[in-house]
Ligand binder design. Structure first.
Ligand code: MRU
Length: 361
């Protein structure tokens, strides 16, 4: 574990491949904003745990971390090409059990499986030795990460076209640089606006129960000098009623084929409030978050987390011992509340069943 005063990059990278030490350095997001600590991970079990415990979180970031986890998992393996291919499959199956909702996790693992098959499978061209295949899989994880940075920047470009100077923009949870390779999805237009002197006034919901909005979004935007105001989740309606919000933009963990969107618990309430106030509700995500194999939001597996997040979330007990608790980590916003979905390919509007399919053609 290392504690840093000054981050290595000029932004805080949540996932850092350390090529000198052949290990994964993960910013422990549970400790933000108080401490900047990088976990030094050398096994796939440690990566699984970091995803499960939210040390790394946010759909793209957990996919990236898991891809490196596959490499760490196969690194000590010794055996034939065929056995290595089977081991990649086992590592992917294992890492896929860490969290159920964000489809980017499964997307990244599928990409690692496909890379392994192309190098080691029966129909692979040439004969790549196991050690070379391991290095190529590490290269694939690095590529997933660097492509995500470019993707997020493009999302930001497209989303920025929806905003004008002086607008108030509300966001929920953290879909920022910390949740991705860089820039984020929902926060990407805010960073680009900042670069170009376009003034946006951002309102960040604190995002109960584990406060990604307060601890992460408010933190990273403040660090970047973006005008950000923190509000409690139950203030969103009041702020909209005052006329301070002209757009809502959030990230997502999975978009179903019909345009229903799973995101951090509380997003649905924000979408309903936005509609009631005539405010556009935008969802920003990479193409890898769109899952045409999941027909509707009702088919998206929603993670439930431990009751302690609600009863002792502030480091002290805030509810009676033994009280019944329901703690879903995500909710589903039906497509009729979604004004547009912004990906690296552009801005998509309804009807989503048709228009999302067209995007993949
Ligand atoms: O539980 P978390 O913190 O992983 O939830 C994260 C979110 O809900 C984000 O909005 C989503 O993953 C998009 S991140 C670009």
């Amino acid at each position: 574990m290392t504690t840093e005063q000054a981050p290595a990059a000029d932004w805080l990278q949540s996932v850092r491949w350390n090529s000198l030490e052949d290990r994964l350095d993960l910013l422990d997001q549970r400790l933000l904003p108080d401490e900047i600590v990088y976990l030094e991970l050398t096994t796939s079990e440690q990566v699984w745990d970091a995803i499960k415990q939210l040390a790394v979180r946010g759909a793209p970031a957990i996919g990236i971390a898991a891809a490196f986890g596959v490499y760490l998992g196969i690194r000590p393996f010794e055996g034939s090409r065929e056995d290595l291919l089977a081991e990649v499959g086992r590592q992917c199956d294992y890492l896929a059990t860490s969290r159920p909702t964000a489809v980017n996790l499964f997307w990244a693992l599928d990409r690692m499986r496909a890379k392994a098959a192309s190098l080691l499978g029966a129909s692979a061209e040439g004969s790549v030795e196991p050690e070379a295949a391991k290095q190529a899989l590490l290269g694939e994880a690095i590529a997933i990460q660097s492509e995500d940075e470019e993707t997020c920047r493009l999302i930001g470009e497209h989303a920025l076209g929806l905003f004008q100077d002086g607008m108030g923009v509300l966001t929920h949870c953290n879909a920022g640089g910390l949740a991705t390779a860089r820039y984020g999805t929902a926060l990407a237009p805010m960073y680009l606006a900042q670069e170009r002197g376009i003034a946006l006034k951002v309102f960040a919901d604190e995002t109960r129960p584990v406060l990604q909005g307060a601890r992460l979004t408010a933190f990273e935007l403040q660090q970047a000098g973006v005008d950000v105001t923190l509000i409690c989740d139950n203030m969103a309606g009041a702020v909209m009623a005052k006329g301070w919000i002209q757009a809502v933009i959030v990230g997502t963990d999975r978009v179903a084929a019909n345009g229903d969107v799973a995101n951090k618990i509380g997003t649905y309430s924000v979408a309903v409030l936005a509609k009631a106030h005539g405010i556009p509700f935008y969802v920003a995500c990479p193409m890898s978050t769109i899952d045409l194999n999941t027909p509707t939001g009702a088919d998206i597996p929603i993670e439930e987390r431990h009751e302690d997040e609600i009863t002792q979330g502030f480091g002290k007990r805030t509810a009676p011992v033994g009280v019944k608790v329901y703690n879903p980590a995500f909710d589903v916003t039906p497509n009729e509340y979604v004004t547009a979905i912004i990906t690296e390919k552009g801005v998509i509007r309804g009807p989503y069943s048709e228009n999302l399919k067209k995007l993949f053609k």
